[in-house]
Design a protein around this ligand. Sequence first.
Ligand code: PMT
Length: 395
Amino acid sequence: MTKIALGVSSSISIYKACEIVRRFQEKKFKVQVIMTKNATQFISPLLFSALSGQEVVVDPFEKALSKTIAHVSLAQEISLLCVAPATANIIGKFSSGVADDFLSTFFQTVKCPVLIAPAMNEAMYFHHPTQTNIQRLKAMGVKFVEPEEGYLACQEEGWGRLAAPEKIVEEGLKLIKISKSLKGKSVLITAGPTREYLDPVRFVSNRSSGKMGYELAAEGLSRGAEVILVSGPTQIMPPVDAELRKVQTAEEMEKEVQACFPRVDVVIMAAAVSDFRFPNVSSQKIKKRELKSVIEFVSTPDILGKLSQKKAGQVLVGFAAETDNILKNAKEKMREKHLDLMVANDVKQRDIGFDSDYNRVSIIDSHGKVLKTEKMSKREISQIIFDKIEGLVGK
Ligand code: PMT
């Protein structure tokens, strides 16, 4: 029987959590309920224990529980953490890394999908810190079932009512399915810039931070894929479960990508590969007075273009970094490189694209159909890209 964890925090809508337990059970899931201390003021843990057939977890230091349930081992057993109802307080703790009770500590240990269903007064829901916390969690890959509009416990009409239990369970089941959707598949992702050296201290590079590629890697992992991340120099943390291969130059990147290509199902080239390099790399720092006479460029290999000639069923996804005529240029590159998908982004805008946490992209498929996204976190953009890729893998 598959196990899920249901986190319950202190909202008046807590009574609906009983129905959520029941509905997951109807779908043949074992439900481990975790309550915050404040939630136990509304409903006794006994009720959830009776419903779920499992001892409810409240406090990490309870003696009886430490024998049977540690937050780490439980995290490995579950295929979903659903938090419903979720208060502004627990959302804030998750978002800022506070771990002062079982549920908030547990959140930091889970690798499975997390679904949060907020429930609170309308003013609290739209309060700036709450919305910021929700956006931050979405950028980490956490999914939300938005609250509904209606009559609230504070005897006002407004937004903030917990979504219907059937909707929460339906979203939870979808997430469990997505978390296994690329199991057994291998995805190669390139990220970051390349550096083309002139001598030991000087190089040509670009503004890529690696964020787009690293978020794609995190999303691929969350769908059960094996992820190889070929990365140029970056200042950010790679996802822990990715196989990281660090490179500096376009030629090194090509070597790694070519070596892995036969064993992967998907390649996503999010790296900003330098188009030029210096023909000779001096082993010593070139004197300033000689610089002008030695600066000359030759082309780097077109990594993606070369892969398309060797392709044996792999899905090839490119990124087009454009400043003008975005769709036209991206479609041209897509044709030249024989890609299955092209993700075009406007790198002239300062708030998206290069070195931003956000992006706004147009995803072009092989029939020329274009899907335009809103400005979103790079993780949310990655989710949309992977939804598209999943439709192509194995075809
Ligand atoms: O890293 P971030 O700060 O998060 O920024 C993300 C990003 C803007 C770098 C990313 O979204 C992006 O657009 N990546 C592609 C950048 C790029 O090199 O675009 P291009 O239009 O020059 O190249 C088209 C495609 O060919 C790309 O997939 C590129 O990886 C690939 N290419 C390019 C040159 C080359 N020699 N070999 C290649 O394979």
